[in-house]
Design a protein around this ligand. Structure first.
Ligand code: DGY
Length: 323
């Protein structure tokens, strides 16, 4: 029997690529260059499955094909706001993602950013590397205590819950939650969290805010000037969700004029391009989208895609079907 033809759009962990090549008629992207929208469109007409990542714009333009051969977009990653779901529906295609297996590692990066921003670790490292450290002194790079403070979590899915576990059980933080739907009381109780109605209620109450909601048009610039102005002076904003959730120009203003204490970003609007204004902000820690970047998570994400594909081509419902 002919194996399904699949296109992998980026390099994946070697063990996963090997298994893909065994189970499917797989074409790998050995150059690891992101595909253009035209190349994605072409791939949709020539492969049974396309396996994109966050760097692939599977936009309405990329999906503007009369009759795609591809019947499934098996995304490598949990977020899929780079895929135009209206076009997916028009073509009757399936989309899957890779939840669960990256939740702990992404929450670890959110906690890393939170600690780095609060304790001025980025500033300290930069100072040391340029030979600027003159020695210990009581007033040097004094930061903000984390333990016992209040953390607001926007989006209480799997990653938000992992973040809450770390913050509450590791650092004794009080957890407030804002989520689209009502969170099950048992889940809130695990971290003694309280759910509030909306962001207007959440922002002024928190010393730290961590974003874990989906990206996409619905949440674009959810954190804007008005929301930033609602934050406590000295509070910190952490984003490991999607860049578009924050209005970066507004964040720059807040950081430049010290209306908030600082921020930690793992994701950016228009990444890998960084808004030049952000580069000027000393009270900002930035990482290059490392949320799920551990060997364990990246391999598990790949094997999760394989499971989804195997189910789909065997006529079973893939476990991680999102559209
Ligand atoms: C995810 O899984 O969504 C990560 O951000 C990488 O895309």
């Amino acid at each position: 029997m002919l194996k399904p033809k699949v296109l992998v759009t980026r390099r994946w962990p070697a063990a996963v690529e090997a298994k893909l090549a065994e189970d499917f008629d797989a074409v790998l992207n050995t150059s690891d260059r992101p595909l253009s929208e035209e190349e994605i469109r072409d791939a949709l007409t020539r492969y049974d499955a396309v396996l994109p990542t966050v760097t692939d714009k599977v936009s309405a333009k990329a999906m503007d094909v009369a009759k795609p051969q591809a019947r499934i977009l098996a995304n490598y990653g949990v977020g899929y706001s780079h895929i135009d779901l209206a076009s997916v529906a028009n073509h009757g295609m399936t989309v899957t993602n890779t939840p669960d297996v990256l939740s702990e590692c992404t929450a670890d990066i959110a906690m890393t950013l939170l600690l780095m921003a609060a304790r001025r670790a980025g500033e300290g490292e930069r100072e040391l590397r340029v030979g600027g450290w003159t020695g210990w002194r009581p007033t040097h790079l004094v930061g903000t205590k984390v333990s016992g403070k209040t953390l607001g979590i926007v989006g209480f899915g799997r990653i938000g819950q992992e973040m809450a576990r770390r913050a509450h059980h590791g650092f004794g933080m009080k957890i407030l939650v804002q989520n689209r739907s009502q969170v099950v009381p048992d889940v809130l109780a695990q971290v003694k969290a309280e759910q509030v109605e909306n962001l207007d209620q959440l922002m002024p109450e928190c010393d730290f805010i961590s974003l874990h909601c989906p990206g996409g048009a619905g949440n674009r610039h959810l954190i804007n000037t008005r929301m930033l102005n609602l934050m406590k002076p000295g509070a910190f904003l952490i984003n490991t969700a999607r860049g578009e959730v924050i209005d970066e120009q507004a964040l720059c203003q807040a950081l430049m004029f010290d209306t908030i204490g600082g921020a930690g970003l793992d994701v950016f609007e228009g990444e890998p391009r960084i808004n030049p204004c952000l580069l000027q902000c000393e009270n900002l820690v930035m990482l290059p989208h490392l949320g799920s970047a551990t060997r364990e998570a990246r391999e598990a994400m790949g094997f999760r895609v394989l499971d989804n594909l195997s189910d789909f081509f065997a006529g079973r419902a893939p476990r991680d079907k999102v559209a």
